[in-house]
Design a protein around this ligand. Structure first.
Ligand code: C5P
Length: 230
């Protein structure tokens, strides 16, 4: 069986807005509602755990849970002050399903597609750990002082991680707890599983599956939805 954890407990400091970005509208509907709809439409996903910030509970319940299309199969838990802690809270809520699989997803990647969910589900069934990602088209430079280049990376060997990242639930919990115990803070979930020595397979994502981060990203998402619906 498959389950999902959607992390949406961030405070969105990079955007100058009173309302956190996951609750701001894109074509009249909150970002998080768009994301949840994709997961709800995937009937192979049994439970959807949304991880929210305690300060956002009112807006979540009134703006998301009460909306017409959202509500089925959804439960929610409070997150922590880092993404990693929020993921741990979400996956812990699924502990009773430890032999099942979880797709962990950023609530702000609202243009994730059904095909991506299916690819992740198929990959995790075979490999126990899968990371959605896209190949890098730019050449990457490494700098330690922010001014001069230390060295360049071979872009053919570099992929940019996205979400969903999917794992057997027991493996995700082991990796998350090990990281917390050892004081390691990763910026994604695959990096925690990598530290356990378990291989993580790459699953092709999409350039459209971007994280809404800046005001410009709202315009980009609106244009993409209009274009997809033509
Ligand atoms: O901050 P970042 O861009 O990595 O956030 C990615 C996702 O993680 C967002 O959907 C955000 O709401 C979530 N997050 C969270 N708890 C935090 C920080 C971020 O659930 N403490």
């Amino acid at each position: 069986m498959y389950h999902a954890v959607i992390v949406a407990a961030g405070t969105g400091e990079r955007m100058d807005s009173l309302v956190p970005k996951q609750y701001l509208p894109v074509l009249g509907k909150p970002v998080l509602a768009h994301t949840l709809e994709v997961f709800q439409d995937a009937s192979f996903i049994q439970n959807i755990v949304v991880v929210i910030n305690p300060h956002h509970q009112k807006i979540f319940q009134e703006g998301i849970l009460k909306s017409e299309n959202v509500g089925k199969r959804i439960q929610w838990v409070y997150g922590g002050d880092t993404r990693q802690k929020s993921v741990l809270a979400g996956v812990t809520a699924l502990e009773e399903f430890s032999e099942d699989y979880v797709l962990i997803h950023d609530g702000v990647r609202m243009l994730v597609s059904h095909d991506i969910l299916k690819r992740c589900a198929e990959a995790v069934r075979e490999y126990e750990a899968a990371c959605c990602a896209v190949p890098c088209v730019d050449t990457l430079k490494v700098t330690s002082n922010g001014r001069t280049i230390d060295h360049s990376l071979d872009r053919n060997t570099v992929w940019r991680a996205q979400t969903p990242q999917a794992f057997r639930i027991s493996l995700a919990l082991k990796a998350l707890r090990k990281a917390e115990e050892e004081g390691f803070h990763g910026t994604d979930d695959a990096s925690l599983v990598e530290r356990t020595g378990h291989p993580v397979v790459l699953v092709p994502g999409s350039e459209d599956n971007f994280k809404i981060t800046t005001a410009c990203d709202f315009l980009r998402a609106e244009e993409l939805i209009r274009w997809m619906n033509v």
